[in-house]
Design a protein around this ligand. Structure first.
Ligand code: 5CA
Length: 165
């Protein structure tokens, strides 16, 4: 799989944020898309479950943003997150995601937002040695351990997935 020798500006920004916070994680930017979990897993050559989806939801009462770091293999149960968050939540639109994180859907990294965001971390991510998260663009990702993901986000470990129907 081909990678880019120089990072685009958004991916470079994520690389610098990681470094500044002491995380030794190399951002990798591919020539092909990592926009979806499936594409990211294919580019990297890992399982779908190892991809970290950074999903932004919106509190329907207060409008507060909620970040759910979800295993690429899972679907979030919005009712469950609503219970954790203390109010019903809904999926955010692209504009809200950009306003809250500073990044566009498909490239939202798990760190580096203008304001801290209430964060939940899918317990299913903890079983892997290495995870891969988006790094600012729909072609860029970086590897990290579950412990690093917890440290960089302060996320509360939670059961987030909807039960298979
Ligand atoms: N780069 C990949 C793998 S790390 C990535 O960013 N995946 S993601 O799951 O974190 O981001 C894509 C997610 O954004 C999709 O799973 C989907 O839930 C959400 N999404 C896609 N399009 C929209 C949209 N128009 N409005 C709101 N959410 C969307």
């Amino acid at each position: 799989m081909e990678t880019r020798s120089t990072l685009s500006p958004s991916a470079q920004k994520v690389q610098e944020m990681l470094r500044a916070r002491g995380f030794d994680c190399p951002v990798v930017e591919f020539t092909e898309s990592t926009r979806t979990s499936a594409e990211a897993a294919e580019r990297v050559g890992c399982s779908l479950g190892q991809i970290v989806k950074s999903l932004i939801f919106r509190g329907q009462t207060t409008g507060k943003p909620v970040l759910v770091l979800t295993s690429g293999a899972n679907r979030v149960d919005e009712a469950v997150i609503g219970e954790y968050a203390g109010e019903p939540i809904g999926r955010a639109d692209a504009e809200f995601v950009r306003a809250v994180t500073g990044f566009a859907i498909g490239g939202v990294p798990p760190l580096g937002y203008p304001q801290p965001v209430e964060t939940y971390l899918d317990e299913d991510l903890l079983q892997y040695e290495v995870l891969w998260a988006a790094a600012g663009t729909p072609n860029a990702v970086f590897p990290l351990t579950p412990a690093q993901l917890q440290a960089m986000t302060g996320g509360r470990v939670a059961t987030v997935k909807s039960k298979p129907t």
